[in-house]
Design a protein around this ligand. Structure first.
Ligand code: BTN
Length: 320
């Protein structure tokens, strides 16, 4: 109902629509219309009410409201169901909970802020209110559990493409999934899985995109290692538009992965890689070593040429 009223106001394109017309179109009372308008205002929509001319949508809020995402959504499955929060501990935690409650494939959990956003290797993720896109996607793919790590690479490629489309900023991927601009971190991805030996129950891909954070708003310890799209571009970026493009790109690549495997996605990943061809320090799970990052293999593992031969890195961190 609320989204129908919003559609009517949007279509009026900055002109007034009378309460009576809205009520008639929707077959409800004028009081019901008035109540929904009040709720929309509470949600952050600037709607001017005039006793004679009716209602006019003056401004939509700069929030990741489901009604705003749905309005520009280009996907079939991803983002069809949206759980929206003003604040959560971590959207990945929330997504895990939702997945255990049978949330369907493509459900997304979006929050304006996270009080304890989680990063890889037990790190935290800075997630201030309304300044970034902090969200998680629930996937229920048919492929085998050992393929799951490649979903992280898939998400990285999708985000790079979406950032290029919306902002024209060219960014690179540091293995396995950091998105960087001039060596500064712009995006982090945390993939988690619940699986049996031979089937995946669900995969959660959590993504943190620094969108409208100003340099002095980052905590001091992050100011020299992180950046945001607004800093790079020198202006605010629409989070709703970017999120919709990311959903579209993930869905496109995910459909390819389900139909034909990950070959094409790994090829795309290599094009955007800022790791391959560089001398890297690898901080593996068990050891630390240096070498030349040569390639990634069919599993997405990094192949590093060292004095002792070629080492295959499946998990860990690299510095370039
Ligand atoms: C990393 O680079 O270490 C990964 C960071 C992932 C952060 C995102 S923000 C949304 C989702 N919820 C979390 O708690 N973490 C991920």
């Amino acid at each position: 109902m609320r989204s129908n009223i919003l559609d009517i106001l949007r279509q009026a394109n900055g002109t007034y629509v009378s309460g009576e017309d809205i009520a008639r179109t929707m077959n409800v009372s004028r009081t019901a219309v008035w109540k929904h308008i009040r709720e929309l205002k509470q949600a952050g929509y600037a709607i001017d009410s005039h006793s004679r001319s009716g209602y006019c949508l003056m401004e939509t809020p700069d929030l990741l409201l489901p009604s705003e995402i749905q309005n520009g959504r280009k996907t079939k499955v991803l983002g069809k169901d949206i759980q929206y929060y003003k604040e959560v501990i971590s959207t990945n935690n929330q997504a895990k909970f939702a997945a255990q409650q049978d949330a369907g494939e493509g459900t997304i959990i979006v929050s304006e802020a996270q009080t304890s956003g989680r990063g890889r290797l037990a790190r935290g993720w800075y997630s201030p209110a309304e300044k970034g896109i902090w969200f998680s996607v629930i996937l229920r793919p048919h492929f085998l559990p050992q393929e799951a790590p490649k979903c992280t690479l898939l998400a990285a490629v999708a985000i790079v493409k979406a950032i290029e489309t919306i902002t024209e900023i060219q960014v690179g991927i540091k293995w396995p999934n950091d998105i960087l601009y001039n060596k500064l971190k712009l995006v982090g991805i945390l993939t988690e899985m619940n699986a049996e030996m031979d089937c995946i129950n669900y995969i959660i891909i959590g993504m943190g995109i620094n969108v409208n954070i100003q340099k002095n708003e980052f905590p001091l310890e992050l100011q020299h290692i992180a950046t945001s799209l607004a800093i790079i571009k020198g202006k605010k970026i629409s989070r709703v538009q970017l999120l919709n493009e990311i959903l579209f790109q993930i869905e496109t690549l995910y459909n390819i992965a389900q139909a034909e495997g990950f070959v094409k996605i790994l090829e795309e990943w290599k094009k955007y890689s800022v790791t391959l061809g560089k001398t890297v320090d690898v901080i593996g799970i068990n050891d630390t070593f240096a070498g030349l990052a040569m390639d990634i293999d069919a599993d997405g593992a990094l192949l590093v040429k060292t004095k002792a031969g070629i080492k295959r890195v499946l998990a860990g961190d690299v510095s370039i």
